[in-house]
Design a protein around this ligand. Structure first.
Ligand SMILES: *Cc1c(COP(=O)(O)O)cnc(C)c1O
Length: 407
């Protein structure tokens, strides 16, 4: 066999996986075969909004599994109508297209924006402006939208029609708008890019710019949405609405589910036959999506997210003061928090794993803290205590290294 190595796995090696496998979960905890409990501050990359094995989600999924799993979008799916209506009732949107992932939600958003301009008599307007540090998924179009060289390299010509401007550079943004521009696409808080929030006045500025130039505004709330930011959707805080919004991750609570929301106007070109999906919005996914909303839309749920967020932010600020050689900065909204590390972020993630706490790295040398939104105050404090220990262990290691170098 060519290139066989002793560690060969039948899985395509596109992920540098950690040597950890979990057998079950309970709330904010993941438990491996040896029965070791890990505090999950990664939540499957901001997905398990209600933690692991949430009884309401388990029941919704297993009840549906006894009835019907899949029928295709050739037929009515009443639970999908219901979920769409609830999303519409709680957002700017008039209509919803369900997908299986974030990238597919973005694909729908991108196609919709282009088709809107086409249907408005402007077929020449197909370009979309995006921001440096953005992440929109791993399909050919979404890597072009994200614009990151490391994801584009070697995959042939970049999909045409995306113009990237530096994050926060208003002049460059205005200069990038041309006769072919169709839309602006932005994450209200860059997630993969390093937990970088767009200030509310900038989100409002984007809306004005779009209105002035007849462009559509697309928000990518795949990571920030469904309570993660402390609001149902992060942009709702800024008092601004998009024309199109991509959603995924938290909305399925761990079941693969995404959605593209829009106004009737923005979606006017998406008539029968213009877009499709075999699985998207199937009965299993719709049952789970509705169950997630049952919890997230309960009175007090988002207040809880904000309360834990405040507690954690205070804790993190104190830890930063006590460990300035490990932590440079703390940022984020709700329970999408980022710790910018002074050591390599991979070292901090590893030190936290030694404390049996799971976190996720991000760009800009950041470690993301993304616990399930149902985390209790005690569990949040437990997480802070583990972070403190991880910082102390890293300082100890640095001191030992210095001593070794001096000798
Ligand atoms: C995760 C993510 C995506 C891609 O979602 P997939 O489900 O992995 O396709 C897109 N945009 C943002 C902001 C994300 O965080």
């Amino acid at each position: 066999m060519v290139g066989a190595s002793p560690k060969a796995s039948p899985l395509l090696p596109t992920f540098a996986r950690q040597d950890l496998a979990f057998e079950r979960g309970e709330g904010v905890w993941l438990i491996n075969r040896e029965g070791e409990r890990y505090l999950d501050f990664g939540a499957g990359i901001a997905v398990n909004a209600l933690g692991h094995a949430h009884p309401h989600l388990v029941k919704a999924l297993t009840d549906q599994a006894q009835k019907v799993w899949h029928t295709s979008n050739l037929y009515q799916i009443p639970e999908g109508e219901r979920l769409a209506q609830r999303l519409v009732d709680n957002t700017f949107a008039d209509q919803v297209f369900f997908t299986n992932s974030g990238a597919e939600a973005l694909e729908c958003a991108i196609k919709m924006a282009r088709k809107y301009q086409y249907a408005s008599g402007h077929p020449e307007r197909y370009r979309i402006i995006t921001f440096e540090g953005a992440f929109h998924g791993r399909t050919l179009a979404t890597i072009a939208a994200g614009g990151q060289a490391k994801y584009l390299e070697g995959f042939g010509p970049k999909v045409e029609g995306f113009d990237q401007v530096p994050f926060g550079d208003h002049k460059a943004l205005e200069a990038a708008i041309g006769p072919e521009t169709a839309a602006i696409l932005v994450e209200p808080v860059q997630g993969e890019g390093g937990v970088r929030p767009v200030p509310p006045q900038c989100l409002r500025g984007l809306r004005e710019l779009c209105d002035k130039n007849s462009l559509l505004l697309i928000f990518d709330e795949v990571q920030t949405g469904v309570g993660r930011s402390g609001a149902f959707f992060a942009h709702q805080r800024a008092g601004v609405t998009p024309d199109i919004m991509a959603v995924a991750k938290g909305i399925g609570g761990g079941f693969p589910l995404g959605a593209c929301l829009s106004t009737f106007e923005a979606g006017k070109g998406m008539t029968a036959g213009t877009h499709g999906t075999t699985y998207g919005g199937n009965p299993l996914a719709m049952a789970v999506g509705n169950a997630v909303l049952d919890e997230v839309l309960k009175p007090g749920f988002l207040d809880h997210v904000e309360k834990i967020s405040n507690l954690m932010r205070q804790g993190l600020a104190a830890i930063k003061d006590r460990h300035p050689s490990v932590i440079e900065d703390v940022r984020g909204e709700g329970l999408l928090l980022g710790v910018k590390a002074k050591v390599p972020n991979t070292d901090l993630v590893a030190a936290l794993r030694d404390q049996k706490m799971l976190t996720v790295g991000a760009g800009d040398n950041v470690v993301r803290l993304l616990p399930p939104l149902i985390i209790s105050e005690d569990e949040a404090r437990d997480g802070m205590a583990r972070l403190e220990k991880a910082c102390a262990a890293l300082e100890q290691a640095m001191a030992t290294e210095r001593k070794g170098a001096a000798e």
